[in-house]
Write a protein that binds this ligand. Structure first.
Ligand code: F6P
Length: 319
């Protein structure tokens, strides 16, 4: 390995910069040239590639977003797009590629790997929905952002004795909703993996108010329902004063937590090691606090599951 390329793709996640830094510094430490590919797979197709030096990744470990920028590329989903990407890698004499991103990005790395290009992927998504890894870069920071926001909402909910619906991110995954719901003692958590009927949300709310609760927090993952519609329906049915907050993209920004910085540094360093030792087509993961790697195809064969015990516990604690 003489030249390694690195790109970030899909939705950004806090800690991506720390991972880029780890890749670049680890490469340079081992006398490998590091190349940054801008704008994810779209930039790869267009040959938007630049050499990265030690200083290129200085002062970024604590910054959210990604200095390499990111994009969602439709073109890369086509065979022609993938072959063009491959040509760019060869033209730039890049021997191995590290893809940092979520589900779609890892599938992109898998496509290149199937075309026999040496690829390794690093899971980075606030959704934490990559089945083989217990944690992905960005999840912890996003979770802390949500908790900070809900703590503030709780203050005003208590003062006004209102019901609050908080919509959090997670198109197909309820992890952010579930973990923030447990961490924040939400009365109801609505996630795509555990469809809930409206009546059960209402009866839980009513039970609480009958027992003397003066305010409630309901967390809904964006993939499980529409916060504003839900809030309106709750107010209509219960006559309880209800307000709605959609947290939106603030969940994706901000300085990465210590946990995400450490995870990103470990993942980035391991990705370079895998390429150096010719272990291609691998996904870096974490299991029981140990960095492991699995075949990229596992992203396709394994479905992300919600932890039933955590879901049950959250329900038991919010009686
Ligand atoms: O994949 C991360 C994520 O933040 C999801 O939770 C969300 O559904 C999606 O990205 C939003 O994507 P975009 O910023 O492209 O609208």
């Amino acid at each position: 390995m003489k030249r390694i390329g690195v790109l970030t793709s899909g939705g950004d996640a806090p800690g991506m910069n720390a991972a880029i830094r780890a890749v670049v510094r680890k490469c340079i430490f081992h006398d490998i040239e590091a190349y940054g590919i801008l704008y994810g797979f779209r930039g790869l197709i267009n040959g938007d590639i630049k050499k990265l030096e030690i200083g290129s990744v200085g002062d970024i470990i604590h910054r959210g977003g990604t200095i390499l920028h990111t994009a969602r590329s439709e073109e890369f989903l086509t065979e022609a797009g993938q072959l063009q990407a491959l040509k760019q890698l060869k033209d730039h004499k890049i021997d191995g590629l590290i893809v940092i991103g979520g589900d779609g990005s890892i599938k992109g790395a898998h496509s290149l790997s199937k075309l026999d290009f040496p690829c390794v992927a690093v899971p980075a998504t606030i959704d934490n929905d990559i089945a083989p890894t217990e944690s992905s870069i960005g999840f912890d920071t996003a979770l802390n952002t949500i908790i900070e926001a809900i703590d503030k909402i709780r203050d005003t909910a208590t003062s006004h004795e209102r019901t609050y619906v908080v919509e959090v991110m997670g198109r197909d995954s309820g992890k952010l909703a579930l973990w923030s719901g447990l961490a924040d003692g939400a009365e109801s958590i609505i996630i795509p993996e555990k469809p809930k009927d409206f009546e059960s949300v209402i009866s839980r709310l009513k039970q609480g108010y009958e027992r003397g609760k003066k305010h409630s927090i309901i967390i809904v993952a964006e993939g499980a329902g529409h916060g504003f519609k839900l809030g309106k329906k709750i107010q209509e049915v219960t006559q309880l004063e209800t307000r709605v907050t959609v947290l939106g993209h603030i969940q994706r920004g901000g300085s990465p937590s210590a946990q995400d910085r450490v995870l990103a540094s470990r993942f980035g360093g391991s990705a370079v090691d895998l390429l150096r030792s010719k272990q291609f087509g691998r996904l870096v993961s974490i299991k029981c606090n140990q960095i492991v790697d699995v075949d990229l195809s596992e992203i396709i064969n394994h479905e992300q599951q919600i932890n039933d015990k955590i879901y049950k516990l959250a329900q038991e604690l919010s009686i």
